[in-house]
Design a protein around this ligand. Structure first.
Ligand code: PMV
Length: 334
């Protein structure tokens, strides 16, 4: 039986991936980012996925949290499975089941953990090589940020030459290097207004994109240094500027999107006040949605969480630590 189960954590980007190079034909089917991105893999925001290639399957099927996957997700799952079939020579269709250990609509990227787990489970089930490097382009066919979840700790993903995606992702430091905590202040549980996929494709319509990419290229070595030195002030300053820059691009693209809710701004302002007036080392970042991720050292997680919970409009605060990379397990979902 060709079956395997993998578990992978989501990640939060300190320097965001926003915008792709136009696809370079068959030689380049994976997204190639306009700028390098740097993230921290999250523990406690994990997806478990079982994949099996079965002789009696008449088509690929996929259950997400016990429900049939939406069409768009199923399409991406099939793209990954097609690539696994092409590499391994198996002709069987696959049965895939996936569960998230965190609320899918909470603004933690379930596509990152989901496609990292799928890449590993499907590769293993089909007898392919399973080290992270061989899984990069499989994960990328599902979602760009998923390739960073193939490694634990602190990870960088850079633009790559056509056909060389496997060398584009690298672990900068393991999780043990710096025990940071990500507290997600959830201000809305509704589904994203516009998918990040569409945002990557329309980013170039913003007059601010060029300036953003230039800034990111300058910031990347600063962030790498800040991670090496465990310098949260330097990391935090760059991280906040990067998130605001990405949202400026999103707001000024065509069509323009505003992901923020009023409570998003309340959290941002409170985080700055906590830092400036109450001496807490916390910094924010915001993905393509309204929820705010607040990064702080583990020993300050308690007071920061309490302060965030008191902000009107914050529905709940989820807490994740910096975590390890994906792993295979024998506890299958079917
Ligand atoms: O991996 P995608 O295509 O869902 O894009 C992720 C985009 C951001 O989460 C906003 C930024 C990032 O680098 O994770």
């Amino acid at each position: 039986m060709m079956k395997a189960t993998a578990e992978a954590g989501s990640n939060i980007a300190f320097i965001k991936y926003w915008g792709v190079h136009p696809r370079g034909g068959e030689a380049q089917r994976e997204p190639n980012p306009l700028n390098p991105s740097i993230s921290m893999t999250l523990d406690g925001a994990r997806t478990t996925t079982t994949a099996a290639f079965l002789e009696d399957q008449s088509e690929d099927s996929c259950l997400l949290n016990d429900r049939p996957a939406p069409q768009e997700a199923l399409h991406r799952v099939r793209t990954v499975l097609d690539e696994v079939r092409a590499r391994s020579g198996t002709r069987f269709f696959a049965r895939v089941e996936s569960v998230n250990g965190f609320p899918t609509s909470a603004g933690i990227a379930s596509s990152a953990s989901g496609f990292a787990a799928l890449a590993l489970a499907a590769a293993r089930a089909a007898g392919l090589a399973c080290e992270p490097r061989s899984l990069v382009s499989l994960a990328l066919l599902g979602s760009g940020s998923a390739c960073r979840s193939l490694y634990g700790g602190f990870v960088i993903w850079s633009p790559h030459a056509a056909g060389h995606a496997e060398d584009s992702v690298r672990q900068m430091a393991p999780a043990s290097h710096w025990p940071l905590t990500d507290m997600v202040a959830v201000v809305s549980r509704s589904k994203k207004e516009v998918s990040s996929d569409r945002g990557h494709r329309t980013a170039a319509t913003s007059p601010l994109l060029e300036g953003r990419v230039r800034n990111v290229v300058r910031r990347v070595p600063e962030v790498e240094q800040a991670i090496r030195d465990r310098d949260l002030a330097a990391l935090g300053e760059a991280m906040e500027a990067d998130a605001l820059g990405m949202h400026a691009v999103i707001m000024t693209a065509r069509p323009s999107v505003i992901y923020w809710e009023p409570a998003t701004i309340s959290v941002v302002k409170r985080v700055r006040a906590l830092r400036e007036r109450e001496g807490l080392d916390c910094y924010f970042t915001i993905d393509a949605g309204p929820n705010v991720h607040v990064i702080a050292p583990q020993e300050q997680a308690e007071p920061v969480t309490r302060a965030l919970e008191e902000i009107p409009g914050v529905l709940e605060v989820l807490r994740c630590r910096c975590g390890r990379g994906p792993r295979l397990t024998d506890t299958h979902l079917f």
